[in-house]
Ligand binder design. Structure first.
Ligand code: SAM
Length: 467
């Protein structure tokens, strides 16, 4: 009765929350299983950013709740953003759900499961569902546990670290302030300690996570010598022995001050890859979205980043079809999108989120117009990415070897620019930074050959030193 499967929808923050829940459950004696058909407890960790994400999770829950007919002790839980957004209302559509747990209560999941199982075993009456979506002071500090890999699994080489929860930006389209609450940062010492522990476990790459990471600690720490708390945190993680690569997501263009731009020139572990959400290239739409920057300022940041690191890889988020977006507004977005020469982009069709200011703006854009704008940007993206891939062929890129690829025939890893790489390797290279000569590539994946002269010897020396 203790086998748990967690299915995660949405962003990397949700993935990290699920991992923290899994780690807490394991400490309590639950077993985390990879196959959902083998579980006694199914937890859906959900996303609310677009309606499609909510509908997907609701569809899934509706399907699996029938399992209770032949598996009477089966437990179905809905966690995270949609639980927070819809609360008890979910029971109208999903009467057999047992747990509805919001974004500030992930750490309570083990207690609630223990209570539910104890009540079932004792035959005591069980409430229809346990619902907890209250706010909790300090809950940002509870996303800190990591799952240790199983004994014979490939070692983990990269990890997400949550530095902040919530968001105060109030973008007109966005439901996150409702689902995640106000912006709250974790203490810097706790984050650094967590990164040190991960480095001791062999983790080489850390991705710092938050809704607006560039705002990290702004209410809790002073700027020192013009350095923001976020850059202070980057410096401290950079100083940890064993950590070789640092990434972060998501920043806000507003947070890209000189100190962060210069950090790319002086912190070599900071990978030359930035995810910089643009949302729109029209100043009129940016204003309506309540995004506090202009297209000119956005382009200035991109240029400044490329001045410090000419090989910088940049990705972005764009919303097409925001209420009132005219052909002219979209043309501004298209031009800026082209000028920024993105390596990767997430292009979203605007989705009405009830309770957000944009939901009441009227002048909604027809779906076919959104689709055409979406396709126009994706086409540019494909050309850009292929151009970059072509320029990489024959070059040497550093890859962090993660483990076998999906086919089990080759190995996979990522370049510093966050491109997936596929190559032949030996398991002892997992966790090593190895040069790879790029032989060919697609929009997102590079295929190549490791350049092993000197690397094998260095890897062996390190292994011997560990023994
Ligand atoms: N914190 C980041 C920021 O605002 O810069 C992004 C976080 S958000 C969870 C991820 C992306 O989803 C956003 O950047 C935006 O492009 C997209 N998004 C948010 N609300 C949306 C909506 N109502 N419709 C379509 N896309 C949306």
């Amino acid at each position: 009765m203790n086998r748990v499967h967690i299915k995660t929808y949405g962003c990397q923050m949700n993935e990290r929350d699920s991992e923290a829940v899994a780690a807490m459950l394991r400490t309590r004696g639950y077993r985390i299983v990879a196959n959902e058909n083998d579980c006694d407890v199914l937890l859906l960790n959900t996303c609310s950013v677009r309606d499609a994400a909510e509908q997907k999770a609701i569809g899934k829950a509706a399907n699996v709740q029938h399992r209770k007919k032949h598996q009477p002790n089966f437990v179905l839980g809905i966690l995270g953003c949609m639980a927070q957004n819809r609360g008890a209302q979910l029971l109208d559509q999903l009467p057999d759900v047992d747990l509805i747990i919001g974004t500030q209560k992930f750490h309570q999941v083990p207690d609630y499961l223990d209570n539910l199982r104890a009540a079932r075993e004792s035959g005591a009456p069980i409430p229809t569902a346990i619902i907890d979506i209250a706010a909790e002071a300090g809950s940002q500090n509870t996303i800190r546990d990591h799952v240790e890999p199983e004994a014979n699994a490939a070692p983990q080489v990269s990890a997400f670290v949550s530095i902040q929860q919530g968001c105060n930006m109030d973008c007109a389209f966005c439901i996150v302030p409702k689902t995640r609450g106000d912006e709250r940062s974790r203490p810097m010492d706790d984050i650094v300690r967590e990164c040190q522990q991960l480095a001791e476990r062999g983790i080489k790459e850390i991705t710092l996570l938050g809704q607006i990471v560039t705002s990290y600690g702004r209410k809790d720490y002073a700027h020192t010598g013009g350095i923001t708390p976020f850059v202070q945190l980057l410096e401290r993680v950079h100083a940890i022995d064993g950590i070789e690569r640092i990434r972060f997501t998501s920043p806000h263009p507003r947070g890209f001050k000189q100190d962060l731009i210069e950090a790319y020139g002086r912190l070599p572990k900071l990978c030359e890859y930035v995810h910089l959400p643009m949302q729109s290239g029209s100043n009129r739409i940016l204003k309506a979205m309540n995004r506090p920057y202009s297209r000119e300022r956005y382009k200035e940041i991109v240029d400044a980043l490329r001045a410090v690191r000419p090989d910088m890889y940049i990705s972005t988020d764009i919303i097409v079809g925001f209420p009132g977006e005219t052909d002219e507004d979209f043309e501004q977005t298209r031009q800026l999108f082209e000028a920024c020469n993105y390596d990767m982009a997430y292009v979203f069709k605007y989705s009405i989120r009830s309770g957000t200011p944009a939901a009441d703006m009227g002048d909604q854009i027809p779906d076919e117009v959104k689709e055409a704008r979406n396709q126009a940007l994706l086409q540019i993206l494909q050309q850009n990415s292929l151009r970059r891939t072509a320029a990489l062929v024959g070059q040497i890129e550093e890859v962090l070897v993660e483990g076998p690829d999906k086919t089990g025939q080759k190995f996979t890893g990522r370049t510093r620019g966050n491109r997936v790489a596929i190559f032949d390797a030996h398991p002892r290279l997992i966790g090593q930074l190895v040069p790879m000569r790029v032989e060919r590539g697609t929009v997102s994946t590079l295929y190549g050959e490791l350049v092993l002269a000197g690397v094998d010897a260095a890897a062996e020396q390190k292994i011997e030193a560990r023994i």
